[in-house]
Structures are given as structure tokens and as C-alpha cells.
Design a protein around this ligand. Structure first.
Ligand code: ADP
Length: 233
């Protein structure tokens, strides 16, 4: 089996005046392609920072992240963006849709930036997949939170990601909508073998993934295979 994500001795510090604030301290783990994986822990423990470093949105202070064998720390910002465009999907708790673009345009724009052809048709198919074809011309403010999250999922699915990073994907949603979003994320894993890396407060959601790491104060305090996986071994 091959590692799609290898995190080695990852440390991230911020300088605040003459103080150094270490928010991630020597974190290491490996994720195999096709795995589903959760990162849990209290607020402020470094989960979002860790996810951003793994997805190449930010750079570590020391240590390494290998994404699909590529060492992100050695790349420029542009090169990291190219890696993300190629095979990374990212969804955020606050959706991060472009407010001036319709649902369809929000899905189309990254596809256009990647130089793809026939994007309007594909973008509509993706919106249809998340149940929102009828909302294609709506702007984000005209959509509910759950609908916005589903648009951001359609956008994340558009490059058929090998790995999907999701930061509290169901955090702002009611139960029914969060079930829908959850179902779509796991479908991507089952149908396309997309590796899932979730940051979540929802322990029921975490238990549906194969493995849970818990971080506290920037360090990994436990790394557990879930019941779902133990039953298969
Ligand atoms: P979590 O996702 O677990 O809530 P975060 O990764 O968002 O935690 O934040 C971890 C810690 O890092 C927090 O104490 C936060 O204040 C600090 N932090 C995050 N980003 C910055 C930054 N750009 N500058 C200084 N401190 C930061």
C-alpha cells in the first residue's frame, strides 16, 4: 500500500513579539491511499493548522509533508497551488464560496482556471450530483448553509480529488443536511477511492472513518483505529 500523505516531525510556530508560540509540535503520521481519517481535539489544539499544512495551504516551520510523494515544504507557493489543483479537494466550515458568483460559476471557475473544456456542462452535472441543479443561478446569499456546503462539495469534486481535506464539513449544518453532506463525502471515497481527511468535533462522524488521531496542545495524544476497521482485521 502506498502513502498518499506522510507527515514527519511537523512543527509550526508563530512569532508574537519576542515570544514563540508553537501550535504544532513534532506531529507525525502516515495515511494510505483510500483511507478515511479524522483529526479531533479541543478548540485551539492545532487541527486547522495541521490540515492547512497537509493540504499545502501553508508552510511548516520544520518537518515535512509528503503529499502523493511530493514534498510540499520544498515547493514555492505557486508549485503548491499546482499540486492542489491537480488532485486535492478542500472544503471549509464556512464554505468559502465567491459571493459575487452564482452556484454554477463557483463550480466552473476553478475548472476554467485549470484550462478544462466544456466546463458549464460538467459543472451542472456536479451540481446535479449534490442535488442542486435547480439552484444553479442562485448566489451564495440566496442559498441555505447546507446548500452552500453542497456547492462547495461540487466544487471540491470537480478535479476528481485523490484526497479531500474537510475542515468541520458538517459543523454549521442541521442534522438532516449534515447527513446529506456526510453521505456525499463517503460516496466519493467509495466510488473514486478518494482519501478523506476530516477535522471534526462530531465524534459520531469521526467514528465512521477508519482512524482517529486526537491532538491536544499541538501534539498527537492518541492514534486509534476505529471499531469499523478493527472488525475487518
Ligand atoms: P483548532 O483548529 O484546533 O481550533 P487552530 O489550528 O485554528 O486550532 O489554532 C491553533 C492555535 O494556533 C490557536 O491558539 C491559534 O490562536 C493559533 N494560530 C492560528 N493561526 C495563527 C496565526 N496566523 N498567528 C498566530 N497564531 C495562530
Amino acid at each position: 500500500m502506498s502513502s498518499i500523505l506522510r507527515v514527519q516531525n511537523l512543527t509550526k510556530s508563530y512569532q508574537s513579539g519576542n515570544r514563540t508560540l508553537t501550535v504544532l509540535d513534532n506531529v507525525s503520521f502516515d495515511v494510505q491511499a483510500g483511507d478515511t481519517f479524522s483529526i479531533v481535539g479541543p478548540s485551539g489544539s492545532g487541527k486547522t493548522t495541521l490540515l492547512g499544512l497537509c493540504a499545502g495551504l501553508d508552510r511548516s516551520s520544520s518537518g515535512s509533508v509528503f503529499l502523493n510523494g511530493v514534498q510540499l515544504d520544498k515547493l514555492s507557493e505557486d508549485e503548491r497551488a499546482r499540486v492542489r489543483n491537480q488532485y486535492v479537494g478542500f472544503i471549509f466550515q464556512n464554505f468559502q464560496l465567491m459571493p459575487t458568483l452564482t452556484a454554477l460559476e463557483n463550480v466552473m471557475v476553478p475548472m476554467e482556471l485549470r484550462g478544462e473544456k466544456g466546463v458549464a456542462k460538467r459543472a451542472l452535472e456536479l451540481l446535479d450530483r449534490v442535488g442542486l441543479a435547480s439552484r444553479q443561478h442562485h448566489y451564495p446569499t440566496q442559498l441555505s448553509g447546507g446548500e452552500q456546503q453542497r456547492v462547495s462539495l461540487a466544487r471540491a469534486f470537480s478535479n476528481k480529488p485523490r484526497i479531500l481535506f474537510a475542515d468541520e464539513p458538517t459543523g454549521n449544518l442541521d442534522t438532516e443536511t449534515s447527513d446529506k453532506v456526510e453521505k456525499l463525502i463517503f460516496e466519493l471515497n467509495r466510488e473514486q477511492g478518494t482519501t478523506l481527511i476530516l477535522v471534526t468535533h462530531d465524534l459520531d462522524l469521526a467514528a465512521k472513518t477508519g482512524r482517529i488521531i486526537r491532538i491536544k496542545g499541538g501534539s498527537v495524544v492518541s492514534d486509534t483505529l476505529t471499531e469499523a476497521v478493527r472488525q475487518q482485521i
